[in-house]
Design a protein around this ligand. Structure first.
Ligand code: NAD
Length: 504
């Protein structure tokens, strides 16, 4: 059971190695989505705090102990961070549940797995290097250096706060960058606890990690446009991502974007039916559907449509709604009031479009285990892929079931969407699995599983689902730039008015 003290916890933010209030002196309340009550106060930063944080991060990047540290020492520091997360995983998970209302079982699984990111990139830190280049001139010794890009701005959403910070922070620190983090205004507390319990005791040099808490555009836009920021890594909605991309482009900042999705979970009639039913459930009702990789479009082969839907409804009906702080709960509240309204409005849209609601379809009252911001697990059949309920991200427990005839039609429907984040394929045929994996335009394809992630596996989107990849060895490249060094070992210079090529 989650401890829910009734007194408001009062947080400060963390800039330049110091706990401080916002320049405005203002604070805003953060809410517990399960009780609907405020539980903590968060500093309301603005452009002045952003400027202070970016200047501090730049100083830390440019001078002092951080740039002087060997890559091996940086790796050791990252591993120290990993060990401290292990020690505090339970507490951090509980704070996340208090702030975003997601299940304790889900947040604890994330927090217990999170150290792996810091261990992995800690191990990678001293394997980052350039190479000697056999330049096509005998007197030149040529080589490349891999250098950190500089100050990185991280902007993160509310659904998996510390995990999504870790996907950015761990490779960035391994590369030698410094960071200014702007968490979602709905879920700031776990990041501030992470600083207190992990970053401070790990003894990172002052200014290497900074936090600017506050509202989206007020903090996010000055951060993205700040002249000392070299790189922006953003996770959030597609509309916000487009704005961030546009602002960052004006000053040629490097950008990576992890955005929304409307992922197809495709079930063929040669699947193991019970596995696929469980996979469909985990794709949409886990995390109350508040996950970028939600399998929100269930594509069912017409030959198994009826028995599959029957089993799906039977299993979804048993989902236990309730307090996200209890391990037995399976579906918790929606995280934010605007998100709750948005989900309900999409249910109305689907009904108006002529989709058939076969389960749920509205708020879940207290008598059914729900409460203030609960939506019943909802299934629509008879969905046409051109309907808004099939094309737009709902970010809630609402599933659209779409029929298909054969592989060709499944591919056409799967790809007929602006997004390309994930996809599921359920089949026992190796030929079909590999063909579908090749033909679906998405950053991840899961076959006979769904919603699996790892620090080792690149993650990111095709099309409107984003730019760049997080996780895996290639993620560190997003925080590096290459410098080419030419050393001439020959006397004299040739014609100074002609470019030095192999032939001049
Ligand atoms: P959001 O886009 O509303 O907010 C994300 C972050 O951007 C928040 O910190 C917010 O304060 C900030 N922000 C808002 N306006 C801004 C602006 N003008 N300039 C700069 N920053 C601004 O997203 P959300 O509602 O917090 O999260 C849900 C979305 O995130 C969904 O669309 C989901 O698919 C997406 N998401 C994607 C991934 C992924 O890895 N692809 C993971 C999780 C969530």
């Amino acid at each position: 059971m989650l401890d829910r003290p009734t007194t408001l916890k009062d947080y400060q933010t963390y800039i330049d190695g110091t706990w401080c209030n916002a320049a405005s002196g203002k604070k805003f309340q953060t809410f517990d989505p399960y009780t609907g009550e405020p539980w903590a106060l968060i500093p309301e930063c603005d452009a002045r705090d952003v400027d202070r944080a970016c200047e501090a991060a730049y100083r830390a990047f440019d001078t002092g102990p951080w740039p002087a540290m060997t890559q091996t020492a940086r790796g050791r520091l990252l591993r120290r961070i990993a060990g401290l997360i292990e020690k505090h995983a339970e507490h951090l998970a509980e704070v996340e549940v208090r702030d975003n209302g997601k299940l304790i079982s889900e947040m604890l699984a994330q927090l217990k797995y999170l150290p792996e990111w810091y261990y992995y990139y800690g191990g990678l830190a001293d394997k980052i290097h350039g190479q000697v280049v056999p330049v096509d001139r005998p007197d030149i010794f040529g080589y490349t250096l891999k250098e950190p890009v500089g100050v990185c701005a991280f902007i993160t959403p509310w659904n998996s706060p510390l995990m999504l910070v870790g996907w950015k922070l761990a490779p960035a620190l391994a590369a030698g960058c410094t960071a200014v983090i702007k968490p979602s205004e709905f879920t700031t507390a776990s990041l501030l606890e992470f600083i207190k319990l992990v970053i401070e005791p790990a003894e990172l040099p002052r200014g290497v990690v900074n936090v600017v808490s506050g509202y989206g555009a007020v903090v996010g836009e000055p951060l993205v446009t700040h002249p000392k920021v070299a790189k922006v890594a953003f996770t959030g909605g597609t509309v916000t991502g487009a704005r961030v991309n546009e602002l960052a482009a004006k000053s040629f900042k490097k950008v990576s974007l992890e955005l929304g999705g409307k992922s197809p979970n495709i079930v063929f009639d040669d699947c193991v039916l019970d596995d696929a039913v469980a996979g469909a459930i985990s794709g949409i009702f886990a995390a109350t559907g508040q996950t970028c990789i939600a399998g929100s479009r269930l594509l069912l082969q017409d030959t198994i449509h009826e028995p599959f839907v029957e089993k799906l409804i039977a299993m979804a009906r048993t989902a236990k709604l309730g307090d996200p702080g209890l391990v037995e709960t399976q579906v918790g509240p929606v995280t934010t009031p605007p998100q709750y309204q948005k989900i309900l409005s999409y249910i109305d849209i689907a009904k108006a479009e002529g989709a058939r609601c076969v389960l749920g379809g509205g708020p879940a009252p207290k008598e059914e285990g729900g409460g203030k911001y609960f939506v019943k697990p909802t299934i629509f059949t008879g969905v046409n892929n051109r309907m808004r309920i099939a094309q737009e991200e709902v970010f809630g427990p609402v599933l659209s079931v779409i029929k298909f005839r054969d592989e060709e039609e499944a591919v056409a429907i799967a790809n007929d969407i602006a997004y390309g984040l994930g996809a599921g394929v359920w089949t026992q045929s190796v030929r079909r699995a590999t063909t579908m994996a090749r033909r679906i335009r998405a950053g991840t394809v899961w076959v006979n599983t769904y919603r699996a992630v790892s620090f080792l596996m690149p993650f990111g989107g095709y099309k409107a689902s984003g730019i760049g990849r997080e996780n895996g060895a290639e993620a560190v490249e997003a925080y590096l730039q290459t410098k080419s060094v030419w050393i001439n070992n020959a006397p004299g210079g040739g014609n100074p008015f002609v470019m030095r090529t192999a032939t001049s």
